[in-house]
Design a binder for this molecule. Structure first.
Ligand SMILES: O=C(NCCCCc1cc2cnccc2s1)c1cc(-c2ccc(F)cc2)cc(O)c1O
Ligand SMILES: [Mg+2]
Length: 214
């Protein structure tokens, strides 16, 4: 059934969005998720906050944990400067297949490297496999019980530098209490909360922005 839903999403994107126009892909997915079937994209309201943080950071090296159908991947990549690179990890092969087609429709495949697998397996391999020194911006939107362990893993692997910005989705719904407690109390982070709503609903949710202080 999930695959059928994803085919409907792709058809909506191909029907409504203009090939090579990321903004039209974003609008098409938002329209589909608001009027046809809810989906766990970051959505338009939290997406605008994501846009403003990405524009402020203007990152060269981006890591996204949790691609899903590529909505936030396109939102981020469309704002990156020429030469900037986004690596996005997706655990579910069906989601990854959809995301590749959404990313291609937006015309952003040159900036994006989609990797299938688990964050705990790939984070330790970022340096040797992708030639990454450190990331400038990390968007956390994967398993909520992996936000904290993966943040500690990125610290241990030396993937964060003074000033790296972590932006975490769903800190209220579904919620990531252990992660929030850590970034808000650790002396190694400066953290702030952006109140919003769960995608396409009236339920409260928000994004937590945490700057690594080194
Ligand atoms: O679970 C969520 N996202 C994670 C699924 C990604 C699994 C992955 C694991 C993994 C491991 N390694 C690498 C890549 C990856 S991708 C999620 C759920 C809700 C939600 C759902 C029902 C509800 F009633 C209220 C909110 C809202 C959201 O915005 C979400 O993001
Ligand atoms: Mg999310």
């Amino acid at each position: 059934l999930a695959l059928l839903w994803h085919d409907r999403l792709l058809k909506a994107v191909r029907k409504r969005a203009t090939r090579g126009d990321p903004q039209s892909v974003i609008s098409a997915i938002d329209h589909f998720c608001r009027h046809n079937e809810w989906a766990m994209n970051v959505g338009d309201e939290k997406g605008s906050i994501l846009d403003s943080v990405v524009s402020e950071v203007n990152p060269e090296k981006v890591l996204e944990l949790g691609t899903y159908c590529g909505y936030s991947t396109v939102r981020i990549a469309r704002l990156l400067p020429p030469g900037a690179r986004l690596i996005t990890l997706e655990f579910n092969v069906d989601y990854a297949a959809i995301a590749r087609q959404v990313i291609a429709w937006a015309g952003l495949e040159d900036k994006i490297q989609l990797v299938e697998g688990a964050s705990e397996d790939w984070i330790p391999r970022m340096k040797e496999h992708f030639g990454i020194e450190t990331f400038d911006f990390v968007f956390l939107d994967h398993w909520k019980d992996r936000y904290l362990p993966d943040t500690k893993l990125m610290e241990d692997c030396g993937l964060l530098r003074k000033g790296t910005v972590l932006l975490a989705d769903n800190v209220i719904c579904p919620g990531v209490p252990d992660y929030l407690e850590y970034v808000r109390n650790s002396l190694s982070y400066k953290s702030c909360y952006f109140k919003s709503h769960l995608e396409y609903t009236k339920a409260e949710d928000g994004l937590e922005k945490s700057v690594f202080l080194g």
